[in-house]
Design a protein. Sequence first.
Length: 86
Amino acid sequence: MRPALVLGCDIAEEDRERVAVVYHTTALRGSRYDAPMNIPGLEQGGFDAQSLYTVPAVKLIRRRAVLNVTQLKQVEDKVKLWLGLS
Protein backbone atom coordinates (compact mmCIF):
# COMPACT_ATOMS: atom_id res chain seq x y z
CA MET A 1 0.00 0.00 0.00
CA ARG A 2 1.35 3.33 -1.06
CA PRO A 3 0.83 6.55 0.89
CA ALA A 4 -1.13 9.22 -0.96
CA LEU A 5 -2.58 12.64 -0.36
CA VAL A 6 -6.36 12.54 -0.74
CA LEU A 7 -7.87 15.50 -2.56
CA GLY A 8 -11.62 15.82 -2.70
CA CYS A 9 -14.76 17.35 -1.34
CA ASP A 10 -17.97 16.23 0.31
CA ILE A 11 -19.57 13.44 -1.69
CA ALA A 12 -23.33 13.64 -2.16
CA GLU A 13 -25.55 10.58 -2.38
CA GLU A 14 -25.95 10.91 -6.16
CA ASP A 15 -22.18 11.23 -6.74
CA ARG A 16 -19.71 8.47 -7.40
CA GLU A 17 -17.71 7.80 -4.26
CA ARG A 18 -14.30 8.53 -5.80
CA VAL A 19 -11.48 10.76 -4.61
CA ALA A 20 -8.39 12.14 -6.30
CA VAL A 21 -5.07 11.06 -4.82
CA VAL A 22 -1.50 12.24 -5.34
CA TYR A 23 0.95 9.51 -4.50
CA HIS A 24 3.83 10.04 -2.10
CA THR A 25 7.21 9.05 -3.49
CA THR A 26 10.70 8.63 -2.10
CA ALA A 27 12.17 8.98 -5.62
CA LEU A 28 11.60 12.60 -6.59
CA ARG A 29 13.16 13.57 -9.93
CA GLY A 30 13.50 17.31 -9.45
CA SER A 31 10.58 17.95 -11.80
CA ARG A 32 8.63 21.18 -11.63
CA TYR A 33 5.67 18.99 -10.63
CA ASP A 34 7.41 17.58 -7.53
CA ALA A 35 6.50 18.87 -4.08
CA PRO A 36 9.36 17.77 -1.81
CA MET A 37 8.61 17.85 1.91
CA ASN A 38 9.27 16.15 5.22
CA ILE A 39 6.16 14.67 6.78
CA PRO A 40 6.27 12.94 10.15
CA GLY A 41 5.12 9.35 9.71
CA LEU A 42 6.29 9.07 6.08
CA GLU A 43 9.69 8.36 4.58
CA GLN A 44 11.79 11.22 3.17
CA GLY A 45 10.35 12.32 -0.18
CA GLY A 46 7.34 14.25 -1.36
CA PHE A 47 4.41 14.25 -3.75
CA ASP A 48 4.52 14.00 -7.54
CA ALA A 49 1.60 15.87 -9.11
CA GLN A 50 2.10 13.83 -12.29
CA SER A 51 0.91 10.76 -10.38
CA LEU A 52 -2.64 12.00 -9.91
CA TYR A 53 -5.32 9.30 -9.89
CA THR A 54 -8.93 8.82 -8.92
CA VAL A 55 -9.80 5.84 -6.76
CA PRO A 56 -12.95 4.56 -5.06
CA ALA A 57 -13.17 6.04 -1.56
CA VAL A 58 -13.68 2.51 -0.20
CA LYS A 59 -10.04 1.72 -1.15
CA LEU A 60 -8.72 4.18 1.44
CA ILE A 61 -7.41 2.28 4.43
CA ARG A 62 -6.12 4.61 7.12
CA ARG A 63 -4.65 8.03 7.75
CA ARG A 64 -0.88 7.87 8.14
CA ALA A 65 -0.06 11.57 8.35
CA VAL A 66 -1.57 15.04 8.10
CA LEU A 67 -0.20 17.90 6.03
CA ASN A 68 -0.27 21.44 7.35
CA VAL A 69 -1.88 24.26 5.35
CA THR A 70 1.42 25.33 3.75
CA GLN A 71 2.27 21.79 2.65
CA LEU A 72 -1.22 21.25 1.24
CA LYS A 73 -1.02 24.50 -0.74
CA GLN A 74 2.35 23.44 -2.14
CA VAL A 75 0.87 20.19 -3.48
CA GLU A 76 -2.28 21.95 -4.73
CA ASP A 77 -0.14 24.45 -6.66
CA LYS A 78 1.81 21.61 -8.32
CA VAL A 79 -1.42 19.80 -9.25
CA LYS A 80 -2.86 22.99 -10.74
CA LEU A 81 0.35 23.48 -12.72
CA TRP A 82 0.21 19.89 -14.01
CA LEU A 83 -3.46 20.28 -15.03
CA GLY A 84 -2.87 23.67 -16.66
CA LEU A 85 -5.09 25.46 -14.15
CA SER A 86 -2.60 28.10 -13.02
